[in-house]
Design a protein around this ligand. Structure first.
Ligand code: SER
Length: 320
């Protein structure tokens, strides 16, 4: 990884991945792109290009202009938005991925794109879901993710593109908000706990899903991309997870730091149905064995850090 192009660089992962990669690989070696411009300082401090990922010609032009050797394709619609706009989701998620893979083939770049726990479905084994198992998702997002994993494998086998990917669980972070996901409640809850001391969860009690704190997710991406390719059996895409919890567990964790925190439940039928179709917990053994995946944050350690960092951020915003 010497010159890296990131799509969706203003999104939840991209906002932090761009900063992190610029620290490691040099500011000028990380080209951030997104469909719109941001006032975020990250993007004023290094190369930034407007890119709609459905425009394959422009993607190739940017990749050639900067002579990139790595593409990290993050631009996508998440599960709940994709359910609301399935055709748009197909066009953006699959069209964007196809363009990104074609660009990687044309400029001979290493390639990363995230898959998700959303690639699994109701017939998948629910607990400790294995790396290789039944994948019959019932959401448009899941259909896109399974097709994406297969496409990325295909580009590796057929064209020799060095494609790599992980199946991310819900990602929790304080820099940029996720948008339109099913696991977003686990981010919103911290904002509401700090601002108002209460949260009404759209996911019901007893609904377990895998989650991970953003610093561990960034390490996973970098470690996988830097891993010795001869050791990779799976490539697209590795199960990774740091914790599995239900809404009442995260509420209990928050109450350790904010004792008066109040939690209520008002399940949203669409997102509850999506959550019910996903695993309770996935097994990350293949990622551990093939490239040494590890994580640092469990639920309480994450809660402590989220509350500290988010309180600072919200305080600064209040003062501005
Ligand atoms: N966080 C995503 C979502 O909820 C899952 O990959 O859609």
């Amino acid at each position: 990884m010497k010159k890296i192009l990131i799509t969706g660089a203003l999104g939840q992962i991209g906002s932090e991945l761009t900063t992190r990669l610029r620290e490691i690989y040099g500011v000028d070696n990380v080209i951030a792109t997104d469909i719109k411009k941001s006032d975020n300082v990250n993007f004023e401090s290094g190369p930034f290009e407007i890119l709609d990922v459905t425009d394959g010609k422009r993607m190739v032009e940017i990749a050639k202009k900067y002579n990139v050797d790595t593409i990290m394709h993050l631009a996508a619609l998440l599960s709940a938005t994709a359910e609301a706009k399935p055709l748009f989701a197909w066009n953006l998620n699959m069209g964007g991925l196809m363009n990104a893979l074609e660009t990687a083939r044309e400029v001979n770049a290493q390639f990363f794109t995230p898959s998700s726990i959303g690639a699994f479905g109701p017939t998948t084994p629910k607990d400790q879901t294995p790396q290789d198992t039944i994948m019959r998702p019932t959401t448009m997002y899941g259909v896109n993710k399974v097709a994406g994993e297969l496409l990325a494998d295909y580009y590796h086998q057929r064209f020799g593109v060095d494609t790599r990917g992980v199946r991310f669980p819900g990602l929790i972070s304080y820099v940029a908000l996720p948008g339109g996901g099913t696991t977003d409640y686990a981010v919103e809850i911290y904002y509401e706990a700090i601002k108002n001391g209460r949260y009404t969860s759209y996911i019901d009690k007893g609904t377990y899903m895998d989650m991970m704190y953003m610093p561990d997710a960034l390490n996973a991406i970098i470690d996988l991309m830097e891993a010795d390719s001869s050791k990779l059996i799976h490539r697209n895409a590795f199960n990774v997870t740091a914790m599995s919890f239900a809404p009442e567990d995260i509420a209990a964790s928050i109450m350790r730091y904010i004792p008066n925190f109040k939690m209520a439940y008002n399940p949203d039928p669409v997102r509850q149905k999506i959550a019910d179709s996903w695993p309770n917990s996935i097994d990350a053994t293949a990622a551990k064995q093939e490239w040494g995946f590890k994580f640092e944050y469990d639920l309480d350690k994450m809660t402590q850090d989220m509350i500290e960092k988010l309180s600072q951020k919200l305080q600064i915003r209040k003062m501005a």
